[in-house]
Design a protein. Sequence first.
Length: 191
Amino acid sequence: MPGSADRSGRRVVAAFLAAVCLIAGTAWAQTRVPVNRNEPIQIVSDRLEAFDEKKLVIFSGHAVAVQGDKSIRADSISLFYKQGKQPEKPQPARGPDVGGGDLDRVEAKGHVIISQGSKVVTGNFAVYFQDEQKIEMTGNAVLRDGRSTISGEKVVVLLDEGRGFVESGDSRRVSATIYPKERPEPGKKKP
C-alpha cells in the first residue's frame, strides 16, 4: 500500500532527524547535568603568565583545566577575567593576580579536547563563555558521543539550554555518523 509505505518512510526520516538533532544539538543534553558555575577550576601546565592590567592568565604547555566533570586540554589555556572599575590612583605593586576574579571566558588553543563523561569535542581553537555557559569549537571541529561523530567548521554547545549545533564552512559541510543504541532483541536476555 502506497499510503503505509509513505507513512513508514516519513517515520524513518523523522527518527533520523531526531537522532541527528539529539546528538548534534547536544552531546551534553542527553544527561542534562546542572552546571555549577561556583565550582573551582583546577589548572595544571608547564608555564603560567599573569597580566594584571589585561586581567589575563595564560597557562601554556600541556595545559589541563578541570571544573566539576568537565575538562579542557590544549597546548595553551587563557583565562580572561571581567574588567572591573580601575582605581583612580595607581595601586602599589603587589605581584601578579593569578585569578580569583570574576571569570569572563576561557580560550584554548592547539590540540583542544573538551570532555564531559563519554562526550568529547575536539578542534584547534575553543572558547568557553562562563556567563552564557557556551562552548564554541572551530578548526576541524568534531563532536563525539560514544562511536557517533559529527564534524563541521564550528561546533557550538549551549550547556544551560541542553542544545547545540554544528555549522559548515566554505570548504566543509557538516558530516554525521550516528550509531543507534543497541537494544536487546525481544525475548532475549542480556548475558
